[in-house]
Ligand binder design. Structure first.
Ligand SMILES: [Zn+2]
Length: 277
């Protein structure tokens, strides 16, 4: 390591020039990857740089939408199949982790339990509270529930009380924007406020807990959005697509859980998340 790198690290560690440690600033002619500090409004912490985060083994993350009988589409599993899939994960020794643990692992190299998996639910459907959460609890799992806040108390969607109850039971309540408009359509600061900042605060007041995680509507994102979300969220979740090279924490991949047999699901999960290199 050359003198310049040593100075860079010391400067970052002392926090005296935090802004100069931004991943986008400064060159790195030595070829070594310097540590970076991503500047967040409420906290200053030293976290792994983008290359280190991208190099980590991905944790398999499943994404469920509807859990009901009688529909045949890519976004629905029956209650019986859902339970069979969760039971198979439990029987195979998987441990369901939550976003705080994933963030600790990606940003700070904290250790995860063996065979980690994350089980997530999008769109604030009522069956997430009435069917999914009880099944998860039966198998001692916790889940992550991404709420679009326009649906509070609407038919077929969770009430505020149900959302609060999920948080109280130890699940993670997270944001799926206000009305599911894709982030690539936000044009000005007011759009971000309406779709992310205000609903985040609203959810926090319902749960009494911080809301630090978001799932992009339709999994659609662009670099500009990752930059904006990096100021407000610890992690944002996409679906299966290429990740952002500057803000990989804002593009963590999930796969839509298909209505396949439990063993088929576990196989697909491995194939999707195992390292290609
Ligand atoms: Zn959605």
């Amino acid at each position: 390591m050359d003198k310049r790198s040593v100075f860079y690290i010391l400067a970052c560690l002392t926090g005296s020039i935090l802004t100069a440690c931004n991943p986008s600033s400064g060159s790195n002619k030595s070829g070594a990857t310097p540590p970076t500090v991503q500047d967040r409004p409420t906290q200053h912490e030293t976290i792994n740089n983008a290359a280190a985060i991208l190099a980590k083994t991905e944790v398999p993350i499943l994404c469920y939408h509807r859990i009901e009988d009688g529909r045949k589409d890519d976004y629905t599993v029956s209650p019986a199949l859902f339970e069979a899939q969760i039971r198979a994960l439990a029987d195979s020794g998987y441990h369901a982790i939550l976003p705080d643990q994933l963030y600790g692992y990606l940003a700070h190299n904290e250790t995860l339990p063996s065979k980690p998996v994350m089980i997530t639910f999008d769109d604030s459907r009522v069956e997430h509270a009435t069917i999914a959460a009880p099944v998860l609890e039966k198998y001692h799992f916790k889940g992550v529930f991404f709420i679009m806040t326009i649906t509070y108390n609407k038919k077929n969607y969770m009430t505020k009380d149900q959302i609060a109850q999920l948080a109280k039971a130890g699940h993670t309540v997270a944001l799926h924007t206000w009305d599911h408009t894709m982030v690539t359509k936000y044009k000005e600061a007011a759009d971000w406020k309406k779709e992310v900042t205000d609903p985040k605060k609203g959810l926090e007041s319902i749960t009494g807990k911080p809301v630090d995680y978001l799932a992009y509507p339709y999994g659609i994102w662009n670099h500009q959005a990752t930059e904006e979300l990096n100021k407000q969220m610890k992690i944002s979740f996409i679906l299966i697509s290429k990740r952002d090279s500057v803000y990989p924490l804002q593009t963590v991949r999930r796969m839509v859980a298909p209505a396949w047999t439990p063993q088929g699901l576990i196989k697909a999960m491995h194939k999707t998340f195992e390292k290609k290199s």
